[in-house]
Design a protein around this ligand. Structure first.
Ligand code: CP
Length: 328
């Protein structure tokens, strides 16, 4: 496999915040090429043969963990999965000791999911392997934002100029933060919508120079009016602790902030409807919407494998970008 000359400069993928539009587009373009590989009868290339990827998932996951494992295997890397309940973290071993011991086995890439914001950056500072953030607390989930951008770009041709509504538990959502960085850098206008109890004050400032592309909405109707893309978020009860409830009941939440046949009518007729999963059906999304013709929820998952292949590829090979793929 030869390289095109485009290169990914970062040693780790800890978040979208540190990436420029060029790096985002590079990963999206590369993901598009790996997507094609997933349609072949033999879904494997020898690109990362001999490399080792450790998936260290210390917080629950279905989509991200599985797709990183499939992505590594499709690139012919050796993939090893470590989960919280089956590891010595359940005996009290610290994150740093766990990471140092795993890195002593000389993996090339460590993919980390952890409940603490900043965990991936902390590990990256202390180990000699490329680190990928697979979701850290309420901070970032960069590969989710990349697969979301990939899905949007596929359906809309370009991200620049789109009106994108992100609706739900903004306060606890690493998906919302990573998407805020990615989508504004790629030129979209982002409308954030949540009950005021789940909308952090001043969140627009996260977009930095792009903050004028961000608006906040306390009413779903105004966020959805004329939107090209509607991205619903999961209510993250596991991050709310024992504090006061953020909304009276699921029924109330659903009536005011859920995507239903009534509320979806405010968006453009060709708006695509997204959710990172897992969905609280009937709360964030009516099942007829989640399973309906404009839902791209499962396409997001398919693209997740291709995007994670792109990320493992650039980090596992030191940043080179392939011009063509061989076969295994
Ligand atoms: N979207 C997402 O991160 O899903 P999982 O928690 O199942 O990985």
């Amino acid at each position: 496999m030869s390289a095109t000359g485009r290169a990914f400069a970062s040693r780790h993928l800890l978040g979208i915040e540190g990436l420029g539009a060029d790096e985002l587009v590079l990963l999206l373009d590369l993901g598009e090429r790996f997507l094609e590989l997933g349609e072949r009868p033999i879904k494997k290339v020898p690109t990362l043969r001999g490399r080792t990827v450790i998936n260290l998932f210390l917080e629950a996951s279905t989509r991200t963990r599985t797709s990183f494992e499939i992505a590594a295997k499709r690139l012919s890397a050796d993939a090893v999965n470590v989960s919280g309940s089956g590891s010595s973290t359940s005996k009290g071993e610290s994150l740093l000791d766990t990471a140092r011991n795993l890195v002593a086995m000389r993996p090339d890439v460590v993919v980390l999911r952890h409940q603490a914001s900043g965990a991936a950056e902390f590990v990256a500072r202390h180990v000699d392997a490329a680190v990928v953030n697979a979701g850290d607390g309420t901070h970032e989930h960069p590969t989710q934002a990349l697969l979301d951008a990939s899905t949007i770009r596929h359906h809309k041709g370009s991200i620049a100029g789109l009106e994108i509504a992100i609706v739900g538990d903004i306060e606890h959502s690493r998906v919302a933060r990573s998407n805020l960085y990615a989508l504004t850098r790629l030129g979209a206008n982002v409308r954030l919508c949540a009950p005021f109890t789940m909308m952090p004050q001043g969140i627009e400032s996260l977009a930095g120079d792009h903050r004028r592309q961000v608006s906040t909405h306390a009413r779903l109707e105004s966020a959805l009016e004329g939107a090209d893309v509607v991205m619903m978020l999961r209510i993250q009860r596991e991050r709310m602790g024992d504090g006061p409830a953020r909304f009276p009941t699921n029924r109330e939440y659903s009536r005011h902030f859920g995507l239903s046949p009534r509320t979806v009518a405010f968006a453009k007729p060709d708006a695509i409807l997204m959710h990172p999963g897992p969905i609280n059906r009937g709360v964030e999304m009516d099942p007829t919407i989640a399973d309906g013709p404009r839902s791209v929820v499962l396409e997001q998952v398919t693209r997740g494998v291709a995007i994670r292949m792109a990320v493992l590829y650039v980090l596992g090979t030191g940043g080179a970008v392939p011009s063509e793929f061989g076969s295994a």
